[in-house]
Write a protein that binds this ligand. Structure first.
Ligand code: AMP
Length: 459
């Protein structure tokens, strides 16, 4: 049984932060022009072998929902600017404050995964293995250990894995290998957000130094012309968000009949964001014998429908973690309305709040909070739907690079963001749904790190 913290007093005990065993030196990338031709070969026979079938249900009961006679707070009207419709998440209109408290997180959240392969054993091209080593990646993560081989064998795969599991490299490494074997291959990667598309392209560049493999990122909210010019050149990878990819298809710049590998990353989020029709329209003309890979944190009915329509005898591999929230220290901060901002500034002034993401409800309130923090002497950037794509990228880069210590964000703008070493997530405004809460706090405590989440609730 826990005690409610005293008024205006944050009692969260910041967990000790361990340094990661992963080092990620920045890799150089290149985009030089190549030949203009684009041919379709990729007529790879499907292998029926594999032997992987780790179809573990996603299960994992939440540590939340503990009763305790706590007060509930309505979250009415606090939803951030959500784009797209059709969100199937569980909506909650009131919150039991105990949902936001977990002062004694499980220290060893996951038993360390023991991989059955080394990177050298996959039979990847030596330059790929060298690039992996150069990135400081030594041991395959669980998803990599289990999907690289079947993808190399040409199988369609459903990977149930969250961000932070190394899933990007899991699908990129074998796909790069296939592309080096046959440079006429074209891989189309769909992601829910621009930020995720850009992150994938950055990872691709790190994994393919001097390999003369080219990619064009096709995302909305940014000038389409450079994307069109990029598409006119030889591409091995097209990475984009469904809306913009479809737009470019309609304009005749992307021909999905040329696609030899289609990858849907965070497929569940794409569906949440209402991209179902775009996804179907994009996949419709991808050749039957193309390899299709689905990555998703969850397996919903709509995903099953897509899988049924577009995947061929897929292998399902699940590396879902238990409940990420169990490893994050969580607490509430009670505030009196007039002191909410001052309380935030006091918290942010503490040295342990070294890299903080603050979630706000509305685009304009997020913008205002960022500005007020700057006035209060706290370096901050904000990202929300009213900012242009370059503005959002700049904010993210400055936050990632440590030039500012705080990033204020709406739920939608924060989707797919991967920033290392976030010490704290602060819910300055309550999330609109439990899923949003879990997603928000999952920005901290990534990988083997410990994290801390604080939620402001009225006193
Ligand atoms: P992702 O789940 O793809 O968002 O990956 C999260 C981060 O982990 C990325 O920055 C990767 O560079 C990094 N990473 C990928 N694979 C490994 C690995 N096997 N070991 C350590 N770090 C990794």
């Amino acid at each position: 049984m826990y005690q409610l913290p005293p008024m205006n007093n944050n009692e969260a005990r910041g967990p000790q932060r361990r340094s990661s065993s992963f080092s990620r030196p920045g890799g150089g990338g290149q985009r030089s022009s190549g030949g203009a031709s684009r041919g379709y070969v990729g007529n790879r026979p499907r292998s029926s072998s594999g032997g992987y079938n780790d179809r573990r249900p996603s299960g994992g009961s939440s540590s939340y929902g503990r009763s305790g006679g706590q007060r509930s707070y309505s979250s009415g009207g606090s939803r951030g600017g959500r784009s797209g419709g059709g969100r199937g998440g569980r909506q909650i209109s009131t919150f039991d404050v105990s949902n936001f408290i977990n002062r004694n997180p499980i220290v060893t959240a996951e038993a360390a995964y023991v991989p059955t392969h080394t990177f050298a054993e996959f039979g990847l091209a030596p330059e790929i293995t060298r690039a992996v080593t150069a990135m400081g990646i030594e041991i395959p993560s669980a998803i990599q250990d289990q999907v690289i081989k079947p993808i190399l064998e040409g199988r369609d795969v459903i990977g149930l894995a969250q961000t932070g599991t190394g899933k990007t490299a899991a699908f990129l490494l074998p796909t790069i290998h296939h592309t080096l074997e046959n440079r006429n291959r074209l891989t189309l990667i769909l992601t829910p957000t621009r930020e995720l598309a850009i992150q994938i392209e950055q990872e691709l560049r790190k994994l393919t130094p001097h390999m003369k493999l080219f990619a064009t990122v096709c995302v909305g909210g940014t000038n389409i012309r450079p994307q069109i010019s990029g598409l006119k050149r030889k591409n091995h990878f097209i990475i984009g968000t469904p809306g913009r990819v479809q737009d470019l298809m309609e304009r005749g710049h992307i021909d999905t009949r040329q696609v030899t590998t289609a990858i849907l990353d965070e497929a569940d989020r794409m569906l949440d964001m209402g991209f179902i029709h775009d996804m179907k329209a994009i996949l419709k003309d991808v050749p039957q014998d193309a390899q299709t890979l689905f990555f998703s944190a969850t397996m919903s009915k709509s995903i099953e429908g897509l899988v049924h329509d577009f995947l061929n005898d897929p292998l399902t591999i699940s590396v879902r973690k238990k409940d990420i929230t169990e490893s994050i220290t969580q607490d509430v901060v009670r505030y009196e309305p007039h002191h909410k901002f001052d309380l935030l500034v006091t918290l942010l002034s503490k040295p342990e709040f070294s890299r903080v993401i603050i979630f706000g409800a509305m685009k304009h309130s997020v913008e205002k909070l960022g500005q007020e923090l700057m006035k209060a002497g706290i370096t901050a950037e904000s990202i929300h739907g009213n900012k242009s794509h370059p503005q959002r990228q700049r904010a993210l880069t400055r936050f990632k690079g440590g030039q500012v210590k705080v990033l204020v964000a709406t739920d939608v703008a924060a989707r797919g963001i991967h920033v290392d070493d976030v010490s704290h997530v602060i819910n300055y405004d309550l999330p609109g749904a439990y899923e949003d809460y879990v997603h928000r706090i999952g920005r901290t405590g990534r990988g083997d790190k410990r994290g801390s989440a604080l939620t402001f609730v009225p006193a």
